[in-house]
Ligand binder design. Structure first.
Ligand SMILES: CC(C)(COP(=O)(O)OP(=O)(O)OC[C@H]1O[C@@H](n2cnc3c(N)ncnc32)[C@H](O)[C@@H]1OP(=O)(O)O)[C@@H](O)C(=O)NCCC(=O)NCCS
Length: 203
């Protein structure tokens, strides 16, 4: 595999964090914020700046700039996450998924800043809300600017049109668009895939 040359405009902000990752011997990483405790597969590139917390990212992924990935997220191999995406705790993303620019995942169905404490309102803590998990299956693609509501599963090879709001499960191999996202049509394997995706067998 050709290792890309470092871009001088993408210098790490925290050299110690970069060294910590390289000591694993697994990744080419041009970043440095909050990366000490993440697990990254070989060939994956993270662009700076990004907020990447305690998560797992597979091999040969590209994570664009201005992305936030929260603790506990699991991302498979060959995944592309475009700039400005927000991937919150509770999200799992399988291999070869595409996440468009500015895609927003969510994990709390009834978000509130506060709850009632003994002496009036107090900030909500981790114990005051329930995290709802979301799954993006193998080969799915989420267009730019989508919002994915908590708890949905986006099926294998599904395509979500740009700007959609996904409120319910999207079945395998379907194109959904709009707010709320609705079925548009079935994915056509020969015309809607590039060659590489077509020849890779579905696991
Ligand atoms: C959904 C998508 C894949 C196109 O599918 P398609 O089958 O080729 O769709 P068409 O362009 O033939 O449009 C079919 C209908 O869906 C509508 N439509 C297409 N994309 C839509 C979207 N994102 N949201 C809402 N409606 C959409 C069209 O307006 C059209 O409606 P009409 O029949 O009433 O005129 C594409 O529009 C899309 O959103 N791609 C994602 C782009 C993106 O985010 N890329 C990220 C990297 S740059």
């Amino acid at each position: 595999m050709d290792i890309p040359k470092p871009n001088p405009f993408l210098r790490p902000k925290a050299p110690s964090a970069l060294r910590a990752l390289r000591s694993d011997g697994v990744s080419t990483v041009f970043s440095g914020i909050e990366h000490e405790s993440i697990t990254v597969g070989k060939g994956t590139i993270l662009f700076d700046p990004a907020n990447i917390y305690r998560c797992t990212i597979g091999r040969d992924c590209t994570i664009g700039p201005f992305v936030e990935i929260q603790a506990g997220v699991v991302i498979g191999d060959l995944v592309k996450v475009s700039s400005h995406a927000f991937i919150c705790s509770g999200v799992a993303i399988e291999n070869e998924v595409f996440i468009g620019h500015g895609v927003m995942f969510t994990n709390d169905n009834w978000p509130r800043a506060t709850c009632i404490g003994d002496h009036g309102p107090r900030p909500k803590g981790p114990e005051d809300w329930s995290l709802v998990e979301t799954l993006v299956r193998y080969g799915a693609s989420i267009g730019s600017g989508c919002t994915i509501l908590p708890g949905v599963t986006i099926g294998k090879n599904a395509m979500i049109g740009a700007g959609s709001v996904v409120t319910k499960d999207v079945p395998e191999g379907e194109v959904w668009v709009g707010n709320p996202a609705r079925f548009l049509r079935v994915v056509e394997i020969s015309e809607d895939f590039n060659v590489a995706a077509t020849v890779v067998p579905t696991p």
